[in-house]
Design a protein around this ligand. Structure first.
Ligand code: SF4
Ligand code: SF4
Length: 386
């Protein structure tokens, strides 16, 4: 892949997950990037890294739509490659939950009908030494081994908001390369958002997807990545540069791209300088930019000196609350996945210890019933509006 192609982001309007519409849209999307043959060589095994957060049906817009996964798997085959589908959903007990997740998300049917294997990236773990961004919190990364063994990776992120990182895009989706059981440990070790964003950039530099195709046909606004609302953005986005793709995606939904933590870190590290540095093809950026996409509120937490953050956390940053107690089924998912053990159950309902809570929002992200919401403190409500 030549250097010039790295900062091209291709956009294509597409308002349907119907197979013919997707097929045509994908071909047009890939044309400015060098077409499928630029990313898949005959005989290669190509791992499709999807977003498979939990057992959510496709219409909830939490996971990569199965018809997009199917369409890309077919394209890989047409180009002579062998696709495999992979992810490690969030949660401690992936082995037990994975059957339900695959079925509910529609990925099981895609695997069966397209004769494509699914790999849970929890089985074999490789320790990879960290060299790019030194951080004593994680001298090495633990990554699903298959990610490192395949010939190439195409990531298929869903375009969603994210309470912790602001955007679930082409960079954040790669956190799924860390085995499920290890994810909570990383959250605990790397509690600061900017540090967590550095961790994600570090994963990107190790995993190096050849191509990312973002599912923005039905995106998610509001309280993403799982409790927001579907938003028909009617857009596919693609690039061989994951950061450039996230910068454009962030801009399209109404962020200043640097508000997204991974974008800010990438800019600091010199991966991009300005929007003008990225060539956008296919659609006119100003014509597709939304004005009504609900973004997460701004958080005042990062403007506070680190030494004061522990004391001011409750005043400046959103906290998880049981916003919809009637929806809670006492499934324990939140408690079991809280890295700081800040959740106990009382009368079959979660109770939060906000002194222990590191605001990673894993509980909010993983609650299958949308029973949890984020409560923004008074100061954030005043100063944190978009
Ligand atoms: S809040 Fe959600 S994740 Fe926690 S116990 Fe209730 S339903 Fe389960
Ligand atoms: S209570 Fe929720 S937000 Fe707080 S540390 Fe636990 S999982 Fe993270």
């Amino acid at each position: 892949m030549s250097e010039e192609l790295k900062k091209i982001v291709s956009l294509k309007k597409c308002s349907s997950y119907q197979s013919e519409a997707l097929k045509q849209a994908l071909d047009e999307l890939l044309l400015p990037l060098g077409n499928w043959k630029g990313f898949v060589k005959p005989g290669e095994t190509i791992l499709l890294k999807i977003n498979l957060l939990g057992p959510y049906p496709p219409e909830r817009a939490v996971t990569t739509h199965p018809e997009l996964v199917r369409a890309v798997a077919r394209k890989v085959k047409e180009a002579g490659g062998k696709p495999i589908i992979a992810d490690s959903p969030g949660g401690r007990d992936n082995q037990r939950r994975i059957g339900k997740i695959l079925k509910t998300t529609g990925i099981e049917e895609v695997c069966e009908s397209e004769n494509v294997d699914f790999i849970l990236l929890d089985q074999k773990v490789e320790k990879v030494k960290v060299t790019e961004i030194a951080n004593p919190c994680y001298p090495y990364l633990e990554i699903g081994k298959e990610i490192l063994e395949v010939d190439g990776i195409i990531s298929l992120p869903k375009l969603k908001t994210h309470g912790f990182m602001k955007l679930t895009g082409a960079v954040k989706v790669l956190f799924g390369c860390i085995p499920g059981i290890k994810k909570a440990e990383y959250h605990l070790r790397v509690a600061e958002r900017i540090d967590f964003a550095k961790l994600l950039i570090e994963i990107l530099l190790k995993v190096k997807p050849r191509l990312s195709i973002m599912d923005g046909i039905i995106a998610m606004e509001g309280e993403g990545p799982s409790s927001g609302e579907p938003y028909p953005l009617n857009l596919l986005l693609a690039s061989s540069d994951s950061v450039a793709l996230d910068v454009i995606a962030a801009y399209v939904i109404g962020f200043n791209p640097e508000e997204v933590y991974t974008n800010a870190v990438a800019k600091e590290l010199g991966f991009w300088k300005s929007l003008k540095e990225i060539e956008v093809t296919g659609e006119k950026l100003e014509e597709i930019k939304t004005t009504d996409f609900k973004l997460p509120q701004k958080d005042l937490f990062d403007s506070i000196p680190p030494a004061l953050r522990h004391f001011l956390r409750n005043l400046t940053t959103a906290k998880p609350v049981l916003g919809y107690p009637e929806r809670c089924t006492a499934c324990l998912t939140c408690k079991e996945n809280c890295p700081s053990k800040a959740i106990t159950m009382k009368n079959n309902k979660p109770v939060f210890d906000y002194q222990k809570c590191i605001r990673c929002y894993c509980c909010h992200e993983l609650c299958p019933e949308k029973a949890l919401s984020l409560a923004y403190p008074f100061l954030s409500r005043i100063f944190g509006q978009h």
